[in-house]
Write a protein that binds this ligand. Sequence first.
Ligand code: SAM
Length: 284
Amino acid sequence: MEKLSNPQVTIEILKKYNFAFQKRFGQNFLIDPLVVEKIIRAAEVTKDDIVLEIGPGIGTMTQYLAEAAGKVYAVEIDKNLLPVLDETLAEYHNVKVINNDILKVDIKELVGNREVKVVANLPYYITTPIIMGLFENHIPASSITVMVQKEVAMRMQAGPGSKDYGALSLAVQYYAEPYIVANVPPNCFMPRPNVGSAVIRLTKHARPPIEVCDETLMFQLIRASFNQRRKTLQNGIHNASDLSFSKEQVVEALKTLGLSESIRGEALTLAQFGALTNILKQMK
Ligand code: SAM
């Protein structure tokens, strides 16, 4: 069959199945072959690869992934899309469609604990839980190449001092190296989303770039520091209900690091958050 990235083919299939878009599932299907090709190229998919696709929709990107990869696992929550996928993926024998919520799937069990490349045009309403779930559950993903809301891509890639820098930047950069591959305008999707989009590739670090004695504590400190953006880091940490450091302890730790006691979270690098964690941990 002709590829679904041709908008006419997508329109015909949607009509044939009388498909009704579900807003609650973040359904915006790609209708631009150049964008799909760009994603596949950025993901560097080869016949040796196992790919996990989150939300195949009607199978637009899945068709390309099936041609490029050894095996594709495609997890789709909307059961109304199953008969459509049966038809659009009929000629590809290396695709397994799983009808489930990606947040409930045991991915390690699904892929047999083998290394995968994650490739997806993500449902935007759950971008952060999906990405953080892949990292925190230590899914063996060597890279994650995904379409996300442009603003979220910028937050993932931002560094200290930028207005986009925050807890998401630090979490993503602890696990991976982000690289924005392309910006994608709304007219590349059907229906058009009311936000801009971007393709971002997150290449997993073999080892985290910093040494920290307690990851959980570091992420608690990071969240506390960015919770109230206009407050100093000292106040943010002191006021956090899940932490029990006195102002004096935080000030002493900052001093040891050569940092001002009025510094804000957005000025600290990941390495500095790591060092702060190691010092505060000793004071516990
Ligand atoms: N990959 C297709 C494309 O690019 O045309 C569709 C992308 S669309 C932005 C997101 C897809 O994710 C939809 O098919 C939607 O039904 C599916 N989806 C939404 N929430 C999901 C979840 N929790 N688990 C699995 N799939 C989900």
